[in-house]
Design a protein around this ligand. Structure first.
Ligand code: NAD
Length: 479
């Protein structure tokens, strides 16, 4: 069985224990993960500290060239990475290929930022005094990622952190450690100094706090659940560390009475079910005008029932990431029905061949109260909840009645409704006539309320996460 070690200073480092890595499609064991302990964490930060200044001393343009080379290598071997992702995350290969492409695109964007890592020059109120800002690396960046789209998740953080001149300690999700190990090795092969990119493998609850609280960390960037994000913010906050949190969502999808219902139903299904609903930006609350409710639901249900589960090329989506997650979904559905909600379609673990894996049917539920768990908790599975509203004002109010504020989408032909919605919805992303997901690597992504702490990654805004601004005043003596 293949062992996935931590990768520190370019060396494989085992832990005292291991844990199995499963393919969620059929629960087969595909690798053993070496679980890092405190001594591995110490080694990782020592390596990062030792390498950081040498990496930062390489001009940013040259760092960019190294990262461009890494992207070229990933592209050359894209099929290999896609197959790893498809297996460890249990997804159709075509989805994994798309994600590999997204990771490369993100990498190239940040490699190019090596030529643009600029500060500003500003006028001074004093003669012969010049004022400017420059960007400097934070130092050591701790990057903690989620399992849902492992390759872009890696790229989204590692490339901006590195282009800014930081040394990185990255902890990937324990369910998808293999792609992170593969990508880190490729970046090192491309010329990133070994100690500037370290991967610590392990269980989040175990090794996470050791990483976050370590004094060597200058900036923490975390993508994951709001619960863990809050814990990280507390620990890092106590030490006044810089923190960027990309957290969960409970995203609203509005269908107005003038919407193109066929198009809305297709986008609704993609928002709710693609990647098995495991997107922070997945559509979760479908808020539909009374006048078109029945017609929309009929179309949405038809698309949902036509979804093909599995990992084959003709499949729409695969399993959820692990058995624990599957059980959470099934319990939530059961609790919702006990409190009066009705399963319109789906709601069960998939049967037959797929029963070996962590599959859940595409599920649509109606009749959940706005305060119920189903309406307020992030599900992270292929589950859509329906709400009937009388008009735009009620729809907008319900969309904003959420602890989360990540993304939202509206289907309408009215420019007034579209624009009012885009302005008034309390989220970091608003979409008109498409899905709740679909962020692009050059755009700043992030959420309000419990979806984040106000930072934005990626886009050039990520450079603010991974660099410190320094003011420089230069006073010259013309004589
Ligand atoms: P999770 O919070 O359980 O785990 C995320 C990462 O944190 C993993 O690497 C995990 O090992 C680690 N971790 C767990 N406990 C930790 C601790 N105590 N200290 C430090 N690290 C710890 O989340 P998940 O279930 O893997 O991922 C799903 C979540 O990620 C969802 O909430 C989803 O919305 C969110 N997500 C957000 C974005 C975004 O950009 N906003 C993108 C993708 C996923």
């Amino acid at each position: 069985m293949k062992l996935i070690p931590s990768l520190i200073g370019g060396e494989d480092v085992a832990g005292a224990r291991t844990a199995p890595v499963l393919n969620p499609h059929d629960a087969s064991e595909i690798a053993q993960l070496a679980l890092a302990d405190a001594s591995v964490v110490e080694r990782a930060f020592a390596a990062a500290r030792a390498a950081q200044q040498t990496w930062a001393a390489i001009p940013a343009v040259k760092r960019g060239e190294i990262l461009f080379k890494a992207c070229a290598l990933i592209e050359e071997r894209a099929e290999e990475l896609s197959r790893i992702v498809a297996e460890e995350a249990g997804k159709p290969l075509k989805d994994a290929r798309g994600e590999t492409g997204a990771a490369i695109q993100c990498g190239r964007f940040f490699a190019g930022e090596g030529q643009r890592l600029f500060g500003r020059t500003m006028p001074s109120n004093t003669p012969n005094k010049y004022a400017m800002t420059i960007r400097q690396p934070c130092g050591v960046a701790l990057l903690i990622t989620a399992a849902n789209t492992p390759a872009p998740n890696f790229a989204w953080k590692a490339f901006p952190a590195l282009i800014c001149g930081n040394a990185v300690v990255l902890k990937p999700a324990e369910d998808t450690p293999i792609s992170a190990d593969w990508m880190a090795r490729v970046l090192i092969e491309a010329g990133v100094p070994a100690g500037a990119l370290n991967v610590v493998q392990g269980l989040g609850a175990e090794v996470g706090p050791l990483l976050v609280e370590h004094d060597a960390v200058d900036v923490v960037s975390f993508t994951g659940s709001t619960r863990v994000g809050r814990e990280i913010a507390e620990k890092a906050g106590a030490k006044l560390k810089k923190v960027s949190l990309e957290l969960g969502g409970k995203n609203a999808f509005l269908v107005c009475d003038d919407a193109d219902l066929d198009k809305a139903a297709r986008w609704a299904a993609l928002s709710a079910f693609s990647n098995a609903g495991q997107r922070c930006a997945a559509g979760s609350r479908f808020i539909v005008f009374d006048a078109v409710y029945d017609a929309f639901v009929e179309k949405f249900v038809a698309v949902a029932r036509a979804q093909k589960l599995g990992v084959g090329e003709d499949c729409d989506f695969g399993p959820v990431i692990n058995e624990r997650q599957l059980d959470v979904m099934l319990r939530l559905i059961e609790r919702a029905t006990e409190s009066g909600a009705r399963v319109v379609t789906g709601g069960k673990r998939a049967r037959g061949e797929l029963a070996k894996g962590f599959y859940i049917e595409p599920t649509i539920i109606e009749g959940a109260g706005p305060g119920d768990d189903l309406s307020t908790r992030e599900l992270f599975g292929p589950i859509a909840a329906l709400y009937r509203v009388k008009d735009f004002a009620e729809a907008l109010k319900l969309a904003n009645d959420s602890p989360y504020g990540l993304t939202a989408c509206i289907h309408t032909r009215s420019i007034n409704c579209a624009w009012t919605f885009a302005q008034a919805v309390e989220t970091g992303v608003a979409v008109v006539n498409a899905g709740t997901f679909g962020s692009e690597p050059h755009m700043p992504f992030g959420g309000r309320k419990a979806s984040g702490n106000g930072t934005r990654e990626p886009g050039t805004e990520a450079l603010d996460v991974y660099s410190e601004l320094k003011d420089i005043y230069l006073v010259i003596d013309p004589a």
